[in-house]
Design a protein. Structure first.
Length: 294
């Protein structure tokens, strides 16, 4: 199956759009989509995560920024006339709260942000988005800018799940939803009809590395196949941190001895779409977009 073409979010041509760019290829794809739509985005490139953005670029502007100084960026964005903002990519570092720098304008909401910082990723993202919008800048999801990255429903690969794989999908989906409700992670792995590994703060890559090491565990002896499932958290802010897979996910799934990946259709991103599915076909891995159950 080839990528479904969808039209990008129709932002006003006069809009000034900033992209807070973290790691991975998502920020690059968002910036490219904005440029194709006739915008000149301002890229706030988080240092050590988005260093691939050149400081001098023809089609967009770049502000390299240390992660601990992101709290100082909002007033600068307002002065630059920014009207819309996209949060795209991962952040590998989460500095101690005492090292984070804030401007005077943030003092009135600082207790709320500190409380959200302690609760977890989703709570922090909600608080940050609310703060940005209270300051007159509309936050837009990366999937609204580049909707062609969203996973479609159904099987996307030559390989298809068996009945046993469908039982694994159901078990892993239920487990992922459970840990998502606790704001722990977005992914789970099921083998033999039961969940055997859950995503923690190490992320999906760490989860798959752990699964690879668990293959020789006595309780998994003789168990083959298995599935990785990623889904949004039940109360997740959808404008940031949607579940994401890419070619490296396929490689890690194969290395872990699993046979498939299932993600939520329309609520998950597939990076390097064609390469991801091509690699999955080569390795015999199925990729499925799940309709969200009511």
């Amino acid at each position: 199956m080839t990528k479904t073409e969808r039209s990008a979010c129709a932002l006003p041509q006069g809009a000034r759009i900033a992209v807070v760019a973290g790691s991975g290829s998502l920020p690059r794809d968002v910036v490219s989509a904005l440029v194709r739509a006739g915008h000149r985005p301002l890229v706030v490139a988080i240092e050590q995560d988005a260093d691939h953005f050149p400081v001098s670029a023809k089609d967009f502007d770049v502000w390299p920024t240390p992660v601990e100084r992101l709290g100082l960026v909002l007033p600068k964005l307002k002065r630059a006339g920014v009207t819309h903002l996209v949060l795209a990519g991962g952040v590998s570092q989460r500095p101690p709260i005492l090292k984070v720098r804030f401007g005077l304008d943030i003092l009135k909401v600082l207790p709320r942000l500190i409380a959200a910082y302690a609760r977890g990723d989703d709570g922090l993202l909600r608080a940050v988005i609310a703060y940005i919008e209270e300051n007159g800048i509309k936050v837009v999801g990366a999937h609204e800018i580049a909707p062609d990255l969203l996973a479609p429903a159904g099987v996307m690969t030559r390989s298809k799940p068996t009945k046993a794989d469908e039982a694994d999908i159901a078990a892993a989906f239920a487990a992922a939803r459970t840990i998502g409700a606790l704001d722990i992670g977005q992914a789970a792995i099921a083998v033999g009809g039961r969940a055997v590994a859950l995503e923690g703060i190490e992320g999906t890559a760490g989860l798959l590395a752990r699964m690879r090491d668990m293959r020789d565990h006595g309780r998994l002896a003789g168990r083959k196949r298995g599935v990785l499932v990623k889904c949004v958290k039940p109360k997740q802010e959808l404008r940031a941190d949607l579940p994401t897979i890419g070619p490296e996910t396929v490689d890690a799934v194969h290395a872990a001895g699993l046979v498939g990946i299932a993600v939520e259709a329309g609520r998950s991103l597939i990076m390097d779409h064609d390469e991801t599915l091509k690699r999955a076909d080569k390795l015999g891995i199925f990729v499925v977009g799940l309709e969200r159950p009511e």
